[in-house]
Ligand binder design. Sequence first.
Ligand code: SF4
Length: 214
Amino acid sequence: MNCANCKKLVCLVGGRKRPAECPMENYPEVYEKAKIIYQDPTIKKMALNAGIVEARGYIEWPRIKDTIEFAKLMDYKKIGLAFCIGLLKEAKKAQEIFESYGFEVYSILCKTGAFTKTEVGELPQEYQMKSKTGYTIGFISCNPVGQALLLNEFKTDFNVIIGLCVGHDSLFIKYSEAPVTVLIAKDRRLAHNPAAALYTYYYDKYFHRDQQSQ
Ligand code: SF4
């Protein structure tokens, strides 16, 4: 599969001549399976409401408004916010906004449970972060599994990620029973705008140098 390099985009614009490696050509049974899944009432409702939000807010709404409108259309009442300590202010603000729209909000910090990193597993010395004075920082482990299990306990309808680290977000999504969306994808370097690395010439050079050094 190589859709990112497809020059025909037959799936979008129509036509008969698909690229030889097009999955529509080679995996028709997968599309049939997907069609059946969309017949599940909840899945159908999610898919249709996502389309409604897209059409109503197109280029106008910020993502948090998309999230609110989607949650309203889905009749969700309880929203979980799984957030990172580095985005405490943003989480507080997001909670206020969701509450102002009438949602019941349950926010849970990544450090919940106060597990030490050594409790989770052995972290090699070179990855233990130290402050300038030698104090070990980041001693308390993030606990994305705990965040998900707690929100499951509270039976949230919809969980929103605010800046969980790469990998921690994956674990949270894996263990969350409610559907999950990402409000903020953490990128400490780029003000939480990971796409910026794809837009700028400087990062083309950076990736080139980085590959050479590996
Ligand atoms: S699904 Fe087929 S037509 Fe569509 S982008 Fe992928 S390869 Fe191209």
